[in-house]
Design a protein around this ligand. Structure first.
Ligand SMILES: Nc1ncnc2c1ncn2[C@@H]1O[C@H](COP(=O)(O)OP(=O)(O)OP(=O)(O)O)[C@@H](O)[C@H]1O
Ligand SMILES: [Mg+2]
Length: 256
C-alpha cells in the first residue's frame, strides 16, 4: 500500500518519476563478427556485464516550469530524457506523464540524411502525431523559424549541425506541446537562434507548458530555469533552486 501512496501526482504535476533505475547490458568480451556472435549465442557463451546508468531517481516536475538538467558526460542525462520520452522502458520504477510530449533528443534523431529538409519536416511531424493537413498549415512557419532558406530542398546530409538543430527545434516546437524535451539542442545554434528558442520556450512556459532541458552551458540554465537537477554517475546529486544546484555543480567542476 505504501507504494501506491508514494506515487501521488498532483493536478499541477507534469512529470513524476518514482524510483527509476535503468540497467544497460554490455557484452564483456569483444565479438568481432556476426557469425561468431550467433555461434556464441547458440552455445549460451555470451557474457554480459550489468551497468546501472540511472539509480533510484525520484523526481517531480511541475506544469509551467523550465527545468534544467546538469551533469558531466556520461552522467545519465540523455538516458533520463529517453525514459521520460518513453523511448526507453525503465528496468525498475514507474514513469507518470501528464500530457503530450514533444521530444528533441540527440541531434539528427528522427531525421533521415538522404531526405530533403521539407521531406524531413513531414517525416518528423508525422512521427510526432500530426496529420498531413496540419503539417501543410505549419510548413511555412517551420521553414521561416528554422531560417534554412533554399536548403529546404537539399538533402539533410548537406546541412551543418546548427542547421539540423534549427530544423529539429522548429518542428518539435511548431505545435505547443504540454512537455517539450530538449537534449543539448541549443548548444550548436548560434546566439541569434538561441535567443529565438529562449523566446519560444518562455512563451510555452507562460502558457502552462513544461520544458525539460539538458545543457552544458550553466549560464543558460541559470537564465532560463527556476529549478534544476544535477545528475552524477546516474544518481541525483542535488535538486532544487537553480542557483543552489548550479553553484554546487560548478564548484564540483573546479575541484580535481
Ligand atoms: N545503449 C547503451 N548501452 C550501454 N550503455 C549505454 C547506452 N547508452 C548510454 N550508455 C551509458 O550510460 C551512461 C549514461 O549515458 P548518457 O548518454 O545518458 O549520458 P549523458 O549524461 O547524456 O552524457 P553526455 O553529456 O555525454 O551527453 C554512459 O556511461 C553511457 O556509456
Ligand atoms: Mg547526453
Amino acid at each position: 500500500m505504501s507504494d501506491i501512496f508514494s506515487f501521488d501526482p498532483k493536478p499541477n504535476t507534469a512529470i513524476l518519476l518514482d524510483n527509476i533505475s535503468i540497467r544497460y547490458r554490455l557484452p564483456s568480451d569483444s565479438i568481432r563478427t556476426f557469425k561468431e556472435y550467433m555461434i556464441r549465442m547458440l552455445q549460451g557463451r555470451i557474457k554480459h556485464n550489468s551497468f546501472w546508468a540511472l539509480k533510484n531517481i525520484n523526481l517531480e516536475v511541475k506544469k509551467g516550469e523550465i527545468f534544467g538538467i546538469l551533469g558531466r558526460n556520461g552522467a545519465g542525462k540523455s538516458t533520463l530524457l529517453k525514459v521520460i520520452s518513453k523511448v526507453l522502458v525503465p528496468s525498475e520504477g514507474r514513469v507518470w506523464i501528464n500530457g503530450y510530449i514533444s521530444p528533441l533528443l540527440q541531434l539528427g534523431a528522427g531525421f533521415h540524411v538522404e531526405l530533403t529538409g521539407r521531406e524531413n519536416i513531414y517525416l518528423n511531424a508525422t512521427l510526432l502525431g500530426h496529420s498531413r493537413s496540419e503539417i501543410d498549415d505549419k510548413l511555412d512557419d517551420i521553414i521561416k523559424f528554422a531560417e534554412i532558406g533554399d536548403f529546404v530542398e537539399a538533402p539533410l546530409r548537406t546541412y551543418s549541425s546548427g542547421m539540423q538543430a534549427r530544423l529539429g527545434f522548429a518542428v518539435a516546437s511548431a505545435w505547443q506541446p504540454d512537455i517539450l524535451i530538449l537534449d543539448e539542442v541549443l548548444a550548436v545554434g548560434d546566439a541569434g537562434f538561441q535567443e529565438k528558442c529562449f523566446e519560444r520556450m518562455t512563451k510555452f512556459r507562460d502558457s502552462g507548458a513544461t520544458v525539460l532541458m539538458v545543457s552544458h552551458t550553466i549560464s543558460q540554465v541559470r537564465e532560463l530555469c527556476k529549478r534544476a537537477l544535477w545528475l552524477n554517475n546516474g544518481e541525483i546529486q542535488s535538486v532544487g533552486a537553480v542557483e543552489d544546484v548550479c553553484d554546487a555543480y560548478q564548484q564540483s567542476l573546479t575541484i580535481h
